[in-house]
Design a protein. Structure first.
Length: 233
């Protein structure tokens, strides 16, 4: 039986932060360093969701045990903060998405699907959303012993970026995009000595050839990003 869905408001954010923390805890084994929680993760997340819901026009929906939040973006909506109990995406997840569709039908959406959450990904596929890009990561042993700077990485565009405030991997992230020569770029990133705790590679869906190179280089896929239009499920 599907639970009653109602709008999520700023008064619900304490509950939302706790619910999302429990969900993230289930994901941590899939990327222990990347998703290691910060000591003040709850406070940081509460402040972020206050902006999303209370100031930036985001929309949230909840039941007694699940929630889905859509952040407003220039291109439409981003659904990242969502937590649905195991086995309930076809029912409760569907009801939450239906509530979003009732207010944003036809709008563009980017749905973030952590790789360990296979039920969430199946639900996204069932909505007709298509894979746009995937992120892969690799830890850099001893990487944070070096001074922080953005290095030159052959065969890719490199940026040194901070980890999201709710996570504490122990240093910044070396983020690689526009990877034209995967093997060269990954080898270059491994020896960059730029103060990063991890390397994260953005792999567009069309770039099917680099998956094997990434796997052989010790990278693990941790997040998929699906895109499309919001429709009633």
């Amino acid at each position: 039986m599907t639970e009653h869905v109602r709008e999520l408001t700023t008064a619900d954010l304490g509950w939302a932060v706790e619910t999302l923390r429990r969900y993230r805890d289930l994901l941590v084994p899939g990327a222990p360093l990347l998703w290691r929680p910060a000591a003040d993760a709850d406070e940081q997340h509460h402040a972020f969701l206050t902006r999303v819901i209370g100031e930036d026009g985001g929309r949230g929906f909840r039941t007694a045990h699940a929630l889905l939040i859509a952040s407003a973006s220039p291109r439409g909506w981003i659904v990242d903060d969502a937590a649905v109990p195991a086995g309930e995406w076809p029912t409760t997840g569907r009801a939450l998405w239906s509530a979003l569709a009732a207010t944003a039908a036809g709008d563009a959406v980017r749905f973030v699907c952590p790789v360990p959450d296979t039920e969430r990904r199946r639900f996204a596929d069932g909505l007709g959303l298509t894979l746009a890009t995937s992120w892969w990561h690799k830890e850099i042993p001893g990487g944070t012993e070096h001074d922080e700077h953005t290095p030159h990485v052959d065969g890719a565009t490199a940026r040194l970026v901070p980890a999201p405030p709710i996570y504490a991997p122990g240093g910044p992230v070396l983020f690689l995009t526009s990877v034209t020569e995967p093997a060269t770029a990954l080898a270059s990133a491994d020896t960059a000595e730029c103060g990063a705790a991890l390397v994260v590679v953005d792999q567009p869906f069309a770039d099917t050839s680099s998956s094997m190179v990434l796997t052989e280089a010790g990278f693990r896929r941790h997040c998929d990003f699906l895109e499309g239009r919001i429709t009633q499920p």
